[in-house]
Write a protein of this length. Structure first.
Length: 224
């Protein structure tokens, strides 16, 4: 059987976990010790969240450049753009581009956080000439934005919003090609099998087949 793949999480569980450790550093060291003790299958993503972009952004980026060298770091992020951030969009874009360059250098996919800045995000992707995959995590937006993201080559990761019949993704998941789909639980206290079960029902595919499809996506995108 194929394992569950949890593309973006803040707490680990069954299957393959891509654990967000922020800028990394000491937290990553602690996680490595814990994972070895508990025997979990965990990899890491490191990045500077747009809500954390501030005066110390350059220092944080320096730590990320060091942490990304750890062999268990398989993604850059979550990083991106967020109009709620105290940082200007100009600064957010600069910090995002620095992380895009890191992802390109080390051939790692990007885990993207985006709030109310999709047009800017798409523009940056186009201008950067990037070749690595960009994965929108926790997507729960409208049909028009989904179509734009798919047209521009983004992958879409969906989380616990699938459990809410009033959410956008509850109705839109069938519009996402399976080869561009991922699932996650982010920081929610919901086990990843629950999200897979909901997705399986909504796309009309047996859960084991869905697991196989997303496992293939994971191996392709994360070079595993």
């Amino acid at each position: 059987m194929s394992p569950y793949v949890n593309t973006h999480t803040h707490h680990v569980g069954e299957g393959i976990n891509v654990l967000d450790v922020g800028e990394g550093g000491a937290w990553l060291e602690d996680e490595n010790v814990r994972v070895l003790a508990e025997g979990q299958d965990v990899f890491y993503s490191v990045g500077l969240h747009p809500m954390k972009v501030g005066q110390a952004a350059d220092e944080a980026l320096t730590v990320i450049r060091e942490t990304i060298l750890d062999e268990r770091v398989i993604a850059v992020g979550e990083c991106g753009l967020d109009r709620r951030s105290a940082a200007t969009m100009e600064k957010q874009e600069r910090v995002l581009l620095e992380q895009v360059q890191l992802a390109e250098k080390y051939h790692k996919p990007l885990i993207i956080h985006c709030v109310k800045a999709y047009s800017e995000l798409i523009s940056i992707r186009k201008k950067s000439g990037t070749s690595v995959p960009w994965i929108i995590h926790g997507f729960n937006n409208n049909e028009q934005i989904l179509a734009q993201l798919l047209d521009h080559g983004f992958y879409i990761s969906i989380g616990a919003a699938l459990l809410n019949p009033r959410s956008n993704v509850f109705h839109l998941i069938r519009d996402i090609p399976l080869e561009r789909l991922f699932l996650e639980n982010d920081d929610r206290e919901i086990e990843i099998p629950v999200i897979y079960e909901a997705a399986s029902c909504l796309v009309g595919l047996e859960e084991e087949r869905l697991k196989e499809r997303l496992w293939e996506n994971y191996k392709k995108i994360f070079n595993k």
